[in-house]
Design a protein around this ligand. Structure first.
Ligand code: PHB
Ligand code: FE
Length: 458
């Protein structure tokens, strides 16, 4: 029988927490939005997440708020109950102080034309991902091996697969990984454009993103390999390594295997070569320019456009926000049910951009089983657990030494410091909001020590 989806509410929430192994729990700035809101005054804005100039605030909406103006987009996610939001286009544009950041309270009521009323119990975010596959003969052998799979090479690295394993070789070492785990990892690495910082496929092999070029490495973030002098890295143009991973995915993914799916929702990756699954490995990558559901932006998901409700989210309400726009403002008022959107995701562990404010990106995703990579970040990122539960194993980014275990339940918020690596475990399909700051300046600021690895100093 399907397990129920567990959302939090002001009346009932459970809180996870940080189990420290060798760490300071303050690094994770752990809180729960329902707890924070239940202790706040109505419409008091309490920052629960802060990434340089961007914040996430928890607000208890009760009664009627004052009016506020902002010089930039703000995104509101209703986590409990129902909220009516009224929008007005002010007649007087100088209500927004020039150069201001964030929202500013107004003394009275603004005069202006109403734009809308009432969003409801959803929010806006989204998820998805993809890549294009192009087999490039110069990267791989023409003749298949005895199991039917081609061998691949890039620089001094070679990749071969048998029925169960991938064999990676480099000048001073060799390594084996299970082929299902390897395909899940390279699928995400290439779909995410090598992500932020380090994507470890396991404790030995992975990539470092230099945003234009990428290092492929063995043993580089493994204290024992480093001490033995056995680590190895090679730098490639991002495009070359994308083409390699796309070619491997095309050749090594059998007909029944989907690297983005949960283990229960896909067939086996193992055995001799058996067809291919181009549809699974070339999914559209969803990256909203401003917000999903906005005119000309990424569409919401429906049965009709090929996104049925996932088997583990059949109890997630599908009601859509009511939007009442004044004539002439129909294209300016956007509200979607984010939980319904996520309940229709056909992939796991695949954050996608559903809303954008400058470099602040909301990247929600649905999670089931184990994050197929171990992410070593080059900046701080934040998690907001939207439903159910994920446990995170956190290790030192460079050595792999164990630091903490972070348990996140619905409504929990936690930062992931810039000097860790982490891997998530989700026993039931769950919804997670990953909040990223995509500013290109950040890796250098953290690497030089100008910015401390934890986002808040207590
Ligand atoms: C992460 O590394 O922070 C991450 C990656 C993929 C997910 C969730 C979190 O689906
Ligand atoms: Fe991460």
């Amino acid at each position: 029988m399907a397990q129920p989806t567990r959302f939090g509410s002001l009346r009932h929430f459970e809180k996870g927490g940080v189990e420290v192994i060798k760490d300071d729990p303050r690094n994770y700035v752990f809180s729960n939005v329902f707890e924070v809101a239940s202790k706040a005054k109505p419409y008091e804005k309490v920052a629960v997440g802060k990434n340089i100039e961007y914040v996430i605030e928890a607000i208890r909406a009760e009664g009627t708020s004052g009016w506020r103006v902002a010089a930039q987009d703000e995104f509101a996610l209703v986590m409990d109950g129902e909220v009516e939001v009224r929008l007005v286009k002010p007649d007087n544009p100088s209500l927004v102080p020039p150069g201001s950041q964030g929202s500013v309270p107004l003394a009275g009521d603004p005069t202006g034309r109403p734009r809308s009323a009432r969003p409801p119990p959803g929010r806006r975010l989204r998820e998805d991902d993809a890549m294009t596959t192009d087999t490039l003969p110069e990267l791989g052998s023409i003749e298949p091996n005895q199991y039917g799979y081609r061998n691949f090479a890039l620089g001094k690295f070679t990749f071969a697969r048998d029925e169960y394993f991938v064999h990676v070789r480099w000048p001073n070492g060799t390594h084996m990984l299970p082929v299902d785990a390897f395909l899940r990892a390279i699928q995400r690495d290439v779909a995410w454009g090598f992500f932020y910082g380090i994507v470890n496929f396991d404790t030995v092999i992975g990539t470092v993103n230099h945003y234009g070029t990428v290092d492929l490495f063995a043993g580089r973030f493994n204290a024992q390999y480093r001490q033995a002098g056995l680590d190895y890295s090679e730098n490639f143009k991002s495009d070359a390594i994308s083409r390699l991973f796309e070619a491997i995915l095309a050749d090594w993914t059998n007909a029944t295997f989907d690297p983005f799916a949960s283990p229960e929702e896909t067939g086996t990756a193992f055995g001799p070569k058996n067809g291919s699954n181009k549809r699974a490995i070339t999914r559209h990558r969803v990256t909203a320019k401003r917000m999903i559901g906005a005119p000309g932006d990424e569409p919401v998901r429906t049965d009709d456009n090929g996104f049925p409700i996932n088997r583990q989210f059949t109890d997630v309400p599908q009601d859509a926000p009511e939007v009442h726009a004044e004539p002439g403002f129909e294209h300016e008022v956007v509200s979607v049910n984010l939980f319904a959107y996520l309940s229709r995701s056909d992939v796991t562990w695949n954050p996608s951009v559903v809303s954008v404010c400058k470099n602040s990106l909301y990247c929600p995703t649905t999670e089931e089983y184990i994050l197929p990579i171990i992410h070593g970040n080059d900046r701080v990122e934040w998690f907001v657990q939207l439903c159910d539960e994920i446990q995170w194993e956190v290790e030192d980014r460079d050595t792999g030494a164990v630091r903490a275990r972070v348990t996140m339940k619905a409504g929990d918020v936690a930062a992931m410091p810039a000097d860790i690596r982490h891997r998530g475990f989700s026993p039931k399909r769950s919804m997670l909001l990953v909040w990223e700051n995509a500013s290109p300046e950040l890796p250098a600021l953290y690497a030089s020590g100008k910015m401390p690895p934890a986002p808040v100093q207590f």
